[in-house]
Ligand binder design. Structure first.
Ligand code: GLC
Ligand code: CA
Length: 597
């Protein structure tokens, strides 16, 4: 397919900015981010060049998994605000010409949701079948066992929980407090659509980020997963329970509603390495989802049996490039669409993961990644704090006790249980992995002002003379060095560079957003060089990125090698370093873009 045939849509060339309510901005000084705090920063967000905001779950919730355990879809977690605050946020977002997406979390609810309370009450409850209940299995010696060997997504335990009262297990692919809804039941599905989707579509939201979108349909026999970790009875089972047989039937059903409102969707698509399978979700013809988040890139360097069973920087540049190629390949010759992201609330900071977060390199690393992302095809997502180049919290100034996320704490506890609480070697290893990959890094409160209390997280309340509480998570130890206020008026800051990159991307959308990607040297361990291929034989771009702390040289490929035999000129149009390096040379972590014409 030529690029001309690629259908252009507003949401394809949009930039989406993701907000984590608890950690974005606290308006009233209680140390917890809130909806009025988000509203107060809309001008800042719009000034970045953002088209859409995506708000992570702000619904009522006991917060076992930070709001991904919802107890009422139609109400707001009180510390964040009220439904009215949400209506104000929606209105104010629209008033600035931006759109708003919510997080749609409907694979599971909280165990405190009224539906589950009713379901667990008795075997005859009219809502018993709204969740996945199964009888126990018994070993030859009569020991009670869960229905299969699936491991849940947090820690190392079973995905099944035994209920003494009604003598059955219920399924929870995530925390024990997040029971899976039974999508086989049509009445349940209808209730989900009404409460989680239509309630908010009627309040004018423009779309959804769809949580764990490929887990609704489970294989009917719930078969065991293959044993990859012989040390435990519970095995990672994502490849078994994702992409079940009725997935597309359910998505087609949801689409009837989405289409009625013209709502857009981006689905979270874990455990789906096969491009053909991914395409079934994002092919325009299939009318399932507008786009998805593939995991290839963000999973680079993660452990195989457990994400934290790894050591820092356990990957090579070719691994990283191959993963990017997979996501870029999705649109090559297809009617599908892709996404560009390196961060979200489930990932550690990209500068720390993929470049080098030592003080002398982190600004360069942040700019290099901003330039790279701006040149990749697909809808671009930016996560709060990424635009100022936030890095992981350092190991020596942020002890493991400060990590609050269920994912990291259950893993750390599992290591303690396995090896003993005094096994320093194993615990150090676990802490190193957590310091490298934990979701907590993305959840540390945003440092708005390095000179204000707690990095200015509750600045407005402080200015209003209120007493300000310590944020719910300990502030970033580097808030004095990396914060919004100090970058706002600095033309050399990461923030200024991100603004410039988002403009650059928009100005060259035909190539940067819609073009075809080709990696020129997939095996190179130091450099990432790619072209974005042009419509017909018009202009193209060449992107060269140095992923090392050393100066590098590169041989300028011929126009034929670049796939553009008709081109005559190589014109530098963007650089992270102010254009000081001559063609063929790159400073440490420098990135350059050339127009081929
Ligand atoms: C998704 C969310 C993650 C959450 C999980 C369970 O992966 O992004 O934060 O823990 O789903 O809802
Ligand atoms: Ca607050």
């Amino acid at each position: 397919m030529t690029v001309t045939a690629r259908d252009k849509q507003w949401w394809k060339q949009a930039v989406v900015y993701q907000i984590y309510p608890a950690s974005f901005c606290d308006s009233n000084g209680d140390g917890i981010g809130d909806l009025p705090g988000i509203t107060s920063k809309l001008d800042y967000i719009a000034s970045l060049g953002v088209d859409v905001i995506w708000i992570c779950p702000m619904y009522d919730s006991p917060q076992v998994d930070m709001g991904y355990d919802i107890s009422n879809y139609e109400d707001i977690y009180r510390p964040y605000g009220t439904v009215q605050d949400m209506e104000t946020l929606i209105k104010e977002t629209h008033a600035r010409g931006m759109r708003i997406m919510l997080d749609l979390v409907i694979n599971h609810t909280s165990d405190q949701h009224a539906w589950f309370k009713e379901s667990r009450a008795s075997k005859d409850s009219p809502k018993r079948d709204w969740y996945v209940w199964r009888p126990a299995k018994y070993s030859p010696t009569g020991e009670r066992l869960p229905p299969n060997n699936w491991r849940c997504n947090f820690g190392g335990g079973s995905a099944w929980e035994w209920e003494e009262e009604t003598q059955e297990y219920y399924l929870h692919l995530f925390a024990t407090e997040q029971p899976d809804l039974n999508w086989e039941n049509a009445e349940t599905r209808k209730a989900i659509y009404a409460s989680a989707m239509e309630f908010w579509l009627d309040r004018d939201v423009d779309g959804f980020r769809v949580d764990t979108v490929n887990m609704y349909s489970k294989p009917p026999t719930l078969p065991d997963a293959p044993i990859v970790d012989p040390e435990t009875p519970y095995q990672p089972a994502g490849l078994i329970y994702c992409n079940g047989p009725r997935m597309h039937e359910f998505l087609t059903e949801m689409n009837v509603i989405l289409e009625k409102y013209g709502a857009i969707t981006v689905g979270e698509l874990p455990c789906t390495p096969d491009t053909q399978r991914v395409l079934k979700y994002v092919s325009a013809k299939a009318k399932q989802l507008n786009m998805v988040f593939q995991f290839d890139v963000v999973d680079v360097g993660m452990g195989k049996t457990h994400k934290f069973e790894t050591t820092p920087r356990n990957f090579t540049l070719p691994d990283f490039k191959a993963a990017i190629d997979l996501t870029q390949a999705l649109i090559r010759g297809t009617d599908g669409w892709s996404t560009v992201f390196l961060e979200n609330h489930d990932q550690a900071r990209s500068v720390s993961r993929f470049t080098d977060d030592r003080p002398e390199y982190r600004v360069r690393g942040a700019k290099l990644l901003a330039l790279m992302e701006a040149c990749l095809s697909g809808t671009q997502y930016v996560y709060q704090g990424q635009e100022i180049g936030l890095v992981n919290v350092p190991k020596d100034s942020y002890p493991v006790e400060n990590y609050l996320d269920i994912d990291s704490s259950l893993f750390y506890n599992m290591v303690k249980e396995r090896y003993g609480a005094d096994n320093k070697v194993e615990l150090d290893k676990a802490f190193a992995a957590v310091q490298y990959l934990a979701r907590d890094h993305a959840r540390v409160p945003i440092p708005w002002n390095g000179k204000a209390k707690y990095g200015g997280f509750s600045e407005a309340a402080e200015k209003a003379g209120k007493e300000v509480a310590q944020p719910w998570m300990k502030p970033h130890p580097l808030a004095g060095e990396i914060n919004v206020a100090s970058q706002l008026d600095d033309p050399d800051s990461v923030l200024a560079f991100w603004r410039k990159m988002l403009r650059f991307r928009r100005d060259h959308a035909d190539l940067l957003v819609y073009g075809d990607f080709k990696d020129l040297c997939p095996q190179d361990k130091d450099l990432f060089m790619f072209v974005k291929e042009p419509e017909h034989s018009g202009e193209g771009v060449l992107v060269v990125l140095n992923f090392t702390t050393e100066e590098q040289t590169w041989a300028v490929p011929s126009f034929a090698e670049l796939g553009m035999p008709h081109a005559r000129e190589l014109v530098p149009i963007m650089t992270t370093h102010g254009g000081k390096s001559p063609v063929g040379q790159l400073a440490a972590f420098e990135g350059q873009v050339y127009l081929l014409k």
